[in-house]
Design a binder for this molecule. Structure first.
Ligand code: ZN
Ligand code: ZN
Length: 271
């Protein structure tokens, strides 16, 4: 099985300190490619550096909505430069987080729009972070999404009704381990209506380990296999067929190279 973890934060302290072992476990579990997401300029830089060490790892760059208040014109210029690096495959995560409200809504909306402009200019797909701000996210996308090739709502936490709106716009939906939680009925109903050609998987690690590993404090890509199993079962599908389909969707979404990965074992010698 060849799965792609389309959204992880491998540069965060809990993961990067043990990256070789974590990637080895991931490959052993069948999760053989990763998109590591930078959340501020420093993390984006670190993400790009990490992708230079591991052939099957790619990066997404953005300033997280939590940090929208820090974004200046210079930040946008820096981000544009980073977005041009060879292994950057997406702009994200960007969007609106009205749950934590770490930045003013006004700043979040401004920075979200800036990111969408960069994505259109650079011809890159976008990873959306949307928390308790669904209607406004859709509204901003209406205004700025022209020219953007692919858009995914990551860690989807909406209802089936909202999933339908996202799908009708032609966007994609990605699920984390949260969909496996016992109290995740609404998200599970949403997952049921997402066709495999619009569905992707992610861990969003180090956060939110899936059931039955929920007690594992630091989530890691290997555990994505549990989310895959859960969703395959929910869709009454064979796991291998399910995996093949979502991997094809992810590969096309991010325009990842289709050649068979040659370098599956992380080169420990490079540490
Ligand atoms: Zn997020
Ligand atoms: Zn994330």
């Amino acid at each position: 099985m060849n799965l792609i973890d389309t959204h992880c934060h491998l540069t965060f302290d809990d993961l990067v300190c043990d990256i070789d072992a974590i990637l080895a476990r991931s490959v052993a579990a069948g999760v053989i490619e990763w998109i590591t997401v930078g959340t501020d300029l420093q993390e984006c830089q670190k993400a790009i550096e990490l992708t230079e060490r591991f052939e099957n790892m790619y990066a997404a760059v953005a300033i997280h909505p939590h940090d929208a208040k820090t974004v200046t014109a210079d930040t946008v210029q820096e981000l544009k430069k980073l977005a041009q690096r060879r292994k950057v495959v997406a702009i994200g995560e960007t969007g609106l987080d009205y749950h934590y409200n770490f930045s003013l809504h006004e700043d979040q909306r401004r920075v979200f729009a800036e990111h969408l402009k960069i994505a259109a200019e650079m011809n890159l797909p976008v990873i959306i972070h949307c928390r308790e701000a669904f209607d406004e996210t859709i509204e901003i996308l209406k205004e700025y999404s022209a020219g953007i090739k692919n858009i995914v709502f990551h860690c989807f936490s909406g209802s089936a009704e909202q999933a339908k709106i996202v799908l009708d716009k032609g966007y994609y939906i990605s699920f984390t381990g949260v969909v496996t939680f016992k109290n995740a009925r609404i998200k599970q109903e949403a997952a049921k209506i997402v066709p495999l050609e619009r569905l992707m998987l992610e861990t969003d690690c180090p956060y939110m380990s899936p059931e039955p590993m929920r007690k594992q404090k630091v989530n890691e890509p290997a555990l994505m296999i549990h989310t895959a199993k859960f969703l395959a079962e929910l869709k009454e599908m064979d796991l291998t067929d399910f995996a093949e389909a979502v991997t094809a969707t992810s590969r096309a979404f991010f325009a990842l190279p289709t050649t068979e990965p040659t370098n599956l074992t992380p080169p420990t010698s490079l540490r």
